[in-house]
Design a protein around this ligand. Structure first.
Ligand code: SAM
Length: 249
């Protein structure tokens, strides 16, 4: 059916392209892409040729109306270079306007680096806060970290290799002692997940050459005494009572 299809693509291992994603890409009248060279590689892998229209931060405003118009009568797919579109990638305005125009909007889920890193890190996953890329300037980055220091959730950040050491140092400085993980090259040949404290990881990466490839940093929530349950409170009270001087009448 005509409409907008948000299609997740692999974050490294081409085997992670889902059959549904391949089917939608094969059937698409047009694919909105970040970088047509990257998506051309993926299409070659599944043996299809499709019309691609670059859609990125620098041309989105001018390209969007044409895409919205085509969705009324054609299958328009949106992909990014890797992973799930809209997650630290363009697309939310396209979805919003497609919806406003009354078009079908469907998602074809698949790989996402943030969620994949959470599954590797071994840190709490019940609450997580996705920060994407922090600002690259030191002051703006420190401010962004202070802003989330009180958030009682695991934090997930994207970063590039050359900036990793500086990011970890700023996180250690702004968040204090926390467990963390650096997940690198997820689903690729050199996939690794290095865990430790923020300070330990900051020291480790400060001494090493900048790691190659793509990186997700996961930071555990701030430490806290576990909330006392009612049973705990009853037990504590009973225990305290045994230590009270007993008055003998
Ligand atoms: N939309 C993508 C997704 O669903 O994850 C993210 C796009 S964002 C522009 C690119 C960043 O995602 C990289 O700089 C890196 O932080 C992270 N990333 C993407 N692929 C990765 C991988 N295979 N391993 C680790 N991090 C990855």
């Amino acid at each position: 059916a005509p409409g907008l299809y948000i299609v997740a693509t692999p974050i490294g291992n081409l085997g992670d392209l889902t059959p549904r994603a391949a089917a939608v890409l094969s059937a698409a009248d047009v694919i909105a892409v970040e970088d047509s060279r990257v998506t051309a590689g993926l299409l070659r892998h599944i043996g299809v040729k499709r019309v691609m229209i670059p859609y990125h931060d620098h041309n989105a405003e001018s390209v969007r109306p044409g895409l919205i118009e085509r969705m009324g009568r054609e299958v328009v797919a949106l992909v990014s270079d890797a992973g799930t579109p809209l997650i630290s990638d363009p697309g939310y305005k396209l979805v919003r306007e497609a919806r406003a125009a009354g078009h079908l909007v469907a998602t074809i889920p698949g790989a996402c680096a943030a969620v994949s890193a959470l599954t590797l890190a071994g840190l709490p996953t019940d609450r997580f806060f996705f920060l994407g890329f922090l600002p690259t300037k030191a002051k703006a980055r420190a401010d962004a970290i202070v802003e989330v220091a009180g958030v009682r959730a695991t934090l997930v950040l994207y970063e590039s290799g050359p900036r990793l050491a500086a990011l970890l140092a700023a996180l250690a400085e702004g968040l204090g002692e926390r467990e963390a993980a650096v997940a690198r090259e997820i689903t690729k040949k050199f996939e690794e997940c290095v865990t430790g404290t923020l300070a330990g990881l900051a020291a480790h990466y400060a001494d090493a050459p900048p790691p190659k490839g793509e990186i997700v940093v996961v930071v555990g929530p701030p430490g806290e005494a576990p909330p006392a349950s009612e049973e705990d409170a009853d037990a504590a009270l009973a225990e305290a009572l045994t230590r009270l001087p007993v008055s003998k009448a």
